[in-house]
Design a protein. Sequence first.
Length: 188
Amino acid sequence: MSTEGLQQAFDSTRGVLAKVQKDQLGDPTPCASWDVRTLVNHVVGGAHWFAACVNDGSSDDSGDDLPDFASGDFLTTFDEGAKAAVAAFGADGAMEKMLKLPFGTFPGAAFLGLATTDAFTHGWDLAKATGQSTDLAPEFAAALLEGAKASIPDEFRGPEGAAFGPKQEAPKGATAADELAAFLGRKP
């Protein structure tokens, strides 16, 4: 399995992250309990967390106890984390390696899919929160939506704090990224 999709998700989200302005950090996001600062910290920290999980084979935390990356050069820190995550998933044996994570034990290949969808969808969240276009990588978003529909059962859905929120209805003419966000519980 290739890390190409993960790199594409990081590239898409990087494009959005690069346009986030410091005066937007207190703005609300589609993630009800997060403002833009919290979401930037999650996106940047998440890239580093993905790498650490694969390299270490486990993690006892969800990666949400993070420093305030948003107060510094969060784009450079994101780039470093993205590079480390792609390298970790691309290492020999990483796809077969069983990873013990706070939400279950998964082979690296399954975690790669989760990381890819997470990185891309949080880019959508940032775009929506900061007034940017949410028409992100249409063909890639459509492929992620197809994968999400095939792999996310309703039992993983719940209120705020669950892995995924209840499915939402995407408006007529929604972009593929908007449809993915709606499937994952966001209101496009």
